[in-house]
Write a protein that binds this ligand. Sequence first.
Ligand SMILES: Cc1cc2nc3c(=O)[nH]c(=O)nc-3n(C[C@H](O)[C@H](O)[C@H](O)COP(=O)(O)O)c2cc1C
Length: 347
Amino acid sequence: MSNIFQPFRLRGMTVNNRIAMSPMLMYLAGDNGMLTDLHFVHYGARALSGLGLIMTEVIAVEPAGRISHRDLGIWSDDQAAGLRRLTDFVHATGGKIGVQLAHAGRKAVLEQPIFGPSEIAYDGQSKQPVKLDTDGIAAIVEAYRRATVRAEAAGFDCIEIHAAHGYLLHSFLAPIANRRTDEYGGSLENRARFTLEVTRAVREAWPQEKPLIVRMSATDLIDGGVTQEESLWLAKQLKAVGVDMIEASSGNIVPGYPAPITPGYQVEYAKTIRRTVDIPTAAVGSITSSELAESIVSSGAADIVFMGRELLRNPFWLINAARAANVTLELPIQTYARATSPYERGF
Ligand SMILES: Cc1cc2nc3c(=O)[nH]c(=O)nc-3n(C[C@H](O)[C@H](O)[C@H](O)COP(=O)(O)O)c2cc1C
């Protein structure tokens, strides 16, 4: 029996299967941060394949939180109304859709000033960030809260807070980017304060029945980065403030990745968090075969698998995986079944 085709319930949301589309920034928006037809077709095509969950790309909670001028935003009601068209479509296909709420912090490539925990640039090509003061931090917490209210108006089923890959929240967590001496720097508790404040604000503004996910870099694998022990501590705190699932990525507090990238190279982080913290997890990273996805879910390493680049290459991956596993998928376009069942002549 295949486990990846079993439904999965997280708070009040039930997904039809355990395969999710990983957040992937498409650089398709204009400077207004509005959804375009290209986004609609890009996500809509994946929804037609029957994926359990589609997670949007990073969607910025304020203009300075974009990584580029071509990112989507959710800092205005117009943007939320544009996103509603997409969530309605995904729901009509029988799928679920989450929004990845983000602030790029010092990773942003923007003409306007960019912000970070300290005046330390992401790399040699990046702008030096302006150090956020405590009023600036409070304003960003408020931007997340407002974005959450708009995410509900836009019809999303779940929220994923992006606290990985060198984005603003991750940069506060890692000493290599955070040299502050106030209550947001120094001890782990202080470095995690901003992430926890944002998470609490989102949880309070998000309907009780809807799940909240956090994507974290479970380790940076470099000196001055987040350690696995620290991220386990953080996962426990996140669970305590109402997070329902941790999606375990790693790295990118600085450019590059300091270890080999092999199939399922981050699965062990999802597994360790799931076992140690007793919280559902999602695994991500070079998971491209149904055998690997199946073994991740069946072995209890993670509850759900996020797939990125494979779904860019092959939007209908799930239909082929179902066919190989002899599973009948409920598809929104019934006629697709003619491509998976025995060939019947006569048309
Ligand atoms: C084109 C592209 C854009 C991405 N954009 C995002 C993003 O918006 N947010 C995020 O958290 N990760 C982003 N990622 C990382 C993916 O979500 C995923 O974690 C990574 O690609 C590893 O999974 P994969 O090997 O299945 O692609 C992006 C990756 C790619 C290839």
